[in-house]
Design a protein around this ligand. Structure first.
Ligand code: SF4
Length: 215
């Protein structure tokens, strides 16, 4: 059974799928504790619903939207996440999984569009990356750095340089924590250092700034 925190339909606010209607399957439980976490309610699995893969797929189909993101918490903590992704893919959904990068991505169906967070020092979780994951990245996978401040920006540049052979042709996203890092300041730095990455603001938080659940 899957521990489900919530399931809802919204506008995809991040990644290269930004702007598209998307069903979010938020699974409960997380192994990290990031400083900027905005889904604290999904970090614990007490009080969540327990559903089978077929039941989750049934809820997804009710929304009649072809794009699904499995997120958390940390979705890879649950064994049945892989089966859910495969089941949705076989039903012809485009499936994204957003992971915090701390667990092995090797068993995931290669059709999944993975979005892997690289945790920076500002998150307080910078040592959490399962480094071998970098060797299994595919061209349709996306790498996201959430930047708390300028120090995170320079740390991320160093990280990219250090792992250039694995990251060279991948989609890289820089997303500032807007309460501590002004997007315009990040934009100036990205231009100054000619960073080959995409600056991205969370579209859903711009659209619904006062809403922290269900959007
Ligand atoms: S990995 Fe995601 S859900 Fe877990 S603490 Fe960090 S931001 Fe929150």
């Amino acid at each position: 059974m899957l521990n489900l925190s919530e399931i809802f339909c919204s506008i995809q606010g991040e990644s290269t799928f930004v702007g598209l209607p998307c069903v979010f399957v938020r699974l409960a439980g997380c192994n990290l504790d990031c400083s900027y976490c905005d889904t604290g309610y999904a970090r614990q699995d007490d009080g969540c619903e327990k559903l089978s893969i077929q039941e989750v797929a049934g809820r997804v189909s009710d929304f009649m939207v072809p794009l699904v993101e499995i997120t958390g918490g940390e979705p890879l903590l649950q064994q049945e996440t892989l089966g859910l992704a495969r089941h949705l893919l076989d039903l012809d959904y485009t499936v994204l999984i957003e992971t915090n990068g701390s667990l092995a991505i090797t068993p995931i169906d290669p059709r999944v569009h993975l979005i892997i967070d690289i945790k920076t020092p500002g998150s307080g979780m910078a040592d959490s990356l399962h480094l071998p994951n970098l060797d299994y990245l595919q061209s349709h996978h996306q790498i996201k750095f959430v930047l708390v401040d300028e120090a995170d920006f320079f740390w991320s540049l160093d990280f990219i340089k250090q792992h250039l052979s694995q990251l060279k042709y991948k989609e890289i996203i820089f997303s500032p924590v807007i309460t501590s890092f002004q997007p315009a300041d990040l934009a100036e730095l990205m231009l100054e250092y000619r960073v080959r990455a995409r600056l991205q603001l969370q579209l859903h938080t711009l659209l619904w700034p006062d809403c922290n659940r269900g959007r």
